[in-house]
Design a binder for this molecule. Sequence first.
Ligand SMILES: *[C@@H]1O[C@H](CO)[C@@H](O)[C@H](O)[C@H]1NC(C)=O
Length: 371
Amino acid sequence: MGFFFFFSFFIVPLTLTLTVISTVNSCPPSDRAALLAFKAALTEPYLGIFNTWTGKDCCSSKWYGVNCDPTTNRVADINLRGESEDPIFEKSGRTGYMTGSISPEICKLDRLTNLVIADWKGISGEIPKCLTSLSSLRILDLIGNKLTGEIPADIGNLKRLTVLNIADNDISGDIPASIVGMSSLMHLDLRNNQISGEIPADFGKLGMLSRALLSRNQITGSIPTSISQMYRLADLDLSENRISGPIPEQLGKMPVLSTLNLDCNSVSGQIPAGLLSNTRMGILNLSRNDLEGKIPDVFGSNSYFMALDLSYNNLKGPIPGSLSSAKYIGHLDLSHNHLCGSIPAGSPFNHLEAVSFMKNDCLCGNPLKTC
Ligand SMILES: *[C@@H]1O[C@H](CO)[C@@H](O)[C@H](O)[C@H]1NC(C)=O
């Protein structure tokens, strides 16, 4: 009698409450359906991460790589990294591999803020164009797959995007003109794809951008002068492309630019003095271009280069004497030019070897043969 009393007045209401709570917590059926359609277009044969995507509540911590907004219970993050220290990887002793494609059904997750499908090596097909409708998206990271096709033309609609990383894929076509509209973009990584065409002339409108990594593509045209207006740009990597024309003089006046890689292009003209006198510049690689003229004699006691590589150009004249007053030059390469004269003495030169100076017209002095 007492037990029945307890049951009807306590347990029954408790189970009802629990049922209500769990319905409130589970993800909307439409989000769950979108996730299952996304899963259905992919094959992950070795780790079984998608085996965790079962049951009604896609917001439960069980669903690997899925997170929901705690207030709206909408799916907010998909975070699937094929190279990770997660126990699921350690147990299998291998990195991730996945084939298939990214289903456009994912665009139905219209509250998505982070979409990371990185380093799965085998995911092919295109970047779904509808991703540009995900107006809450902050991080889009698709590095290290086999994606083809073009960057969606209206990628610029993603006004909140801070990170766009599609490096190490087979993306082709131009950099869309709309990209300059991504007013929150801080990190752009398009390295190692098949991207062609020119860098948009108004690229400098990306005022929040701190890293622009475009190396190992087939980009043509010249370096837009507007880049010099990018007050937060610290790292510009345009190496291994087909860029021609001069280095804009104004690049030497950029306030935080500290890494500039233009190596393996067809950049011509003289080296702007500002690039060498700018004391923030720490890594400057201009190797394998068509640069000519003298190396500006503008180094100073605050010059601090981790790497200064001017090799394989058509530079003439002497090694500037001011270089010997630099605070530090970690790696210097002036080889394969037409330099002539004696190598200055001084502490920055003490640790350098002959390879830094070889294959010039008539350089002499330590560490080469004496004059
Ligand atoms: C500069 O670029 C060249 C050509 O890509 C490369 O071989 C060299 O290692 C780079 N120099 C430094 C210091 O990284």
